[in-house]
Design a protein around this ligand. Structure first.
Ligand SMILES: Cc1cc2nc3c(=O)[nH]c(=O)nc-3n(C[C@H](O)[C@H](O)[C@H](O)COP(=O)(O)OP(=O)(O)OC[C@H]3O[C@@H](n4cnc5c(N)ncnc54)[C@H](O)[C@@H]3O)c2cc1C
Length: 245
């Protein structure tokens, strides 16, 4: 990370929840950094068969790679590192990795059950279930500390990819609302959908004509065909306690 690094939104945990949050905060103009140690639980899945949109299933590691590409296209910056500590600062938070520091106005914790990096925050409410720790949140993902949010499994959402991704997206929108960002929805609509009714295209939305729609569809089909031409090279990760030899 550069010295004196700052951002509007720091997302700790680049699994499905963190990535989904980042797509929306970055697309709507909030500078977003994703800090991730690279161990999404989804990498352990053998074949993902209940994520809507893939009726015959999809390789989970392929899906994660596509999410990452999408976050980068949206404008997220990635820091491949483990976060060791988060502290409250004058106007937000400081986030420490090994040897580096980032200052952020908002933090989204999306680290499944890992919370050691929040130990310094005395006012944070946690929920203990057996050996697992979760963060107490309101229905929009706000923790008991202003500016700190939790997304996905860490917020005690059901342990499913689509639910955790959807929750992450929702928390991204919570931050946009809390920050008073000008947006209506993140929609791409056919030409005339708003303007044909005498309305301005709302902030965050886009109208495209049929030529542009056909171009975009051709591009996405071509990209998917190339990406799916060969098996994804990574295999599932085993549970750390199982001998994988
Ligand atoms: C074997 C297995 C099979 C599964 N199969 C399915 C299935 O078929 N269908 C389904 O819907 N779900 C399945 N799941 C569940 C799914 O993987 C999880 O529900 C989902 O990944 C949770 O998303 P998340 O973003 O909350 O956490 P994760 O995706 O686990 O992401 C958490 C991220 O936080 C990062 N992180 C943690 N601590 C730090 C730190 N201190 N600093 C920086 N980064 C950190 C991790 O590296 C990780 O990338 C399966 C899970 C397992 C284990």
């Amino acid at each position: 990370m550069p010295a004196n690094d700052t951002t509007a939104v720091a997302i700790i945990g680049g699994g499905v929840a963190g990535q989904a949050a980042g797509i929306f905060t970055a697309r709507h103009g909030l500078e977003t950094v994703i800090l991730d140690s690279g161990d999404s639980l989804l990498k352990r899945n053998a074949h993902l068969e209940n994520y809507p949109g893939f009726p015959t299933g999809v390789d989970a590691r392929f899906l994660l790679s596509q999410m990452r590409e999408q976050t980068e296209l949206a404008g997220c910056r990635w820091v491949d590192a483990t976060v060791h500590q988060v502290n409250q600062a004058e106007d937000g938070f400081t986030i420490e990795t090994t040897g580096d520091q980032l200052v952020a106005r908002y933090v989204i914790a999306a680290t499944k059950n890992s919370v050691a990096y929040l130990d310094h925050l005395n006012e944070i409410d946690v929920i203990q279930r057996g050996s697992k720790t979760f963060l107490e949140v309101d229905r929009r993902g706000r923790t008991t500390i202003e500016g700190l949010y939790a997304a996905g499994r860490l917020a005690l959402e059901p342990h499913q990819t689509i639910v955790c991704a959807g929750h992450g997206a929702k928390i991204g929108f919570t931050i946009l609302e809390d920050d008073d960002e000008p947006f209506y929805q993140d929609w791409v609509a056919p030409e005339g959908y708003f303007t044909g009714r005498g309305r301005e295209v709302p902030p965050g939305c886009e109208e495209i004509d049929d030529k542009e729609r056909i171009n975009r569809e051709a591009h996405s089909r071509e990209a998917l065909r190339a990406k799916l031409a060969n098996p994804f090279p990574e295999r599932p990760q085993q549970h750390p306690s199982v001998d994988d030899n």
